[in-house]
Design a protein around this ligand. Structure first.
Ligand code: GLY
Length: 477
């Protein structure tokens, strides 16, 4: 959670999940050292120690105005009285993924009588869990009855999270990353998210090129941005992880001289043949939710949090009523083996007890002349990073309206795999041919991510835009 108060002070709250105390670097490998398919993605051993309750209650304690019970009333009402499912939500709940675990099947698929669009979906067990938190605070979740129920449930099913792991968990206040681009200030997420470092590194490489002069989504301007993505994602793989466990070379990665050095191999009109992480001398290299809020005084908050993929690990403790994450897949299960997002990651992100896995979530706030200008974020794994970058660049470099900036077709490159993803219908055949002639392998894909943004005009008028690709919404209170 990234917060920028109207008095210009910024705060970052890290409530990323953590590896359980019994986790080990090789826990997802068989005896021959091969990754066991899906072992970090599905089921009880894929779950990281949950952080959302600690995060949201810590933010409320520091900045909130209402009592916790008042804050939680609407959520408790939604869980107990339910809401009508859209067709798309009902379809998602029919996923075979949710059939595999009895608790999940019982609550989300009514044990073989799946929900239909228009039906009311109630979650009474979740309402009870939320009421306990409303009365007992984060302690109820991490040390009280919920912690005991959850750890006993997981132990019965071979999970690793213990009561003492839950008691050990704390959200951490960190310094946001701050960078500058074309007269704007970019305030963004520090590790264990990789997103802020990757976006700032890209902006540093691109600013001196004036790539925007080649025109929006021209093959030429796309090539500059794709090559910046390749280089920044290669550095992500090797240098980024949990800053509480690893020494991260942030000063180097975020310096202008690093960007200059990384960009020196760029050739206009030709895909770079080999892109690896840049060498740092002396460095030991060994469906997510997003929302933004701006209030009448100009205080801004940008929040991304996640179970990892759709429905997380698939596991629900039926007495508590909520799904558990599979964030353990964001660690490096084995160097060189891609995770579910196709990311290749390094030793710096290997599993260790109580370490937090590297993330791509990147809630970001852009300011201009000390006034907030844009609050932005998205779900979508590593594509979050390029989506947030593109919304910023679409506004600053190409002067698209906020609505156009969020709606514009997206492109994505994450170092490995080598391909450049392009949203279907978004790029002309001519542009695609030119990129192929430069040496890029293209993959045309269905739409991705769900960009959410609030633009703040000089007049202080707020404009909120929710991506038309999914079912988010803009609202004023
Ligand atoms: N779980 C996805 C991410 O944090 O990047």
């Amino acid at each position: 959670m990234l917060i920028r108060m109207a008095n210009r002070k910024s705060y970052f709250l890290d409530f990323r999940e953590e590896a359980p105390g019994q986790a080990t670097p090789h826990m997802y490998l068989d005896k021959n050292g091969n990754y066991i398919p899906n072992s970090s993605i599905i089921g009880y051993r894929a779950i990281g120690i949950p952080g959302s309750v600690a995060g949201l209650t810590s933010a409320r304690k520091r900045f909130g105005k209402l009592s916790l019970a008042r804050d939680m009333e609407p959520a408790i009402r939604l869980a107990s009285q339910g809401y009508r499912l859209t067709q798309a939500q009902a379809k998602n709940l029919r996923s075979p993924y949710l059939k595999q675990f009895s608790g999940t099947r019982a609550l989300f698929q009514r044990d073989g009588h799946p929900y239909h669009g228009g039906e009311r979906f109630r979650q009474p067990q979740l309402a009870t869990t939320l009421r306990s938190i409303a009365h007992g605070g984060a302690k109820a979740f991490y040390q009280g009855a919920i912690a005991h129920e959850l750890s006993a449930f997981l132990r019965r099913h071979g999970g690793l999270i213990t009561a003492s792991d839950l008691a050990h968990y704390h959200a951490r206040w960190r310094q946001p990353l701050v960078g500058h681009y074309r007269g704007y200030t970019i305030i963004t997420s520090p590790p264990p998210s990789s997103g802020g470092v990757v976006i700032l590194e890209m902006l540093h490489m691109l600013e001196p090129t004036h790539f925007w002069r080649d025109g929006f989504h021209s093959a030429q301007s796309l090539q500059y941005q794709i090559e910046a993505m390749r280089r920044a994602f290669a550095d992500r793989a090797v240098y980024l992880g949990d800053p509480d466990f690893e020494r991260l070379p942030l000063k180097q990665l975020l310096s202008r001289s690093w960007a200059q050095q990384r960009w020196s191999s760029f050739r206009a009109g030709k895909a770079s043949r080999r892109v690896g992480a840049g060498p740092i001398p002396g460095f030991e290299s060994t469906q997510t939710t997003h929302y933004d809020v701006v209030d009448s005084q100009g205080n801004a908050v940008s929040v991304t949090y996640t179970l990892n993929n759709w429905f997380g690990s698939g596991v629900t403790d039926p007495r508590l009523g909520f799904l558990l994450n599979d964030e353990m897949d964001d660690f490096t299960s084995k160097p060189g083996v891609p995770n579910m997002f196709g990311l290749i990651q390094g030793k710096v992100n290997q599993i260790e007890p109580y370490k937090r896995p590297l993330s791509s979530m990147v809630p970001t706030i852009v300011s201009r002349h000390h006034h907030p200008y844009l609050v932005v974020g998205s779900p979508g794994g590593p594509r979050i990073i390029t989506t947030v970058y593109e919304i910023i660049s679409n506004r600053i470099d190409f002067h698209l309206s906020l609505r156009e900036a969020v709606a514009a077709a997206r492109f994505h490159q994450q170092w490995k795999p080598k391909q450049v993803d392009l949203e279907r219908y978004g790029f002309s055949r001519d542009t695609r041919r030119k990129l192929q002639a430069m040496g890029y392998t293209l993959a045309v894909q269905p739409p991705w991510c769900d960009g959410e943004a609030i633009g703040i005009a000089r007049s202080r008028l707020l404009q909120a835009v929710s991506d038309n690709r999914w079912q988010g919404a803009a609202a004023a209170y």
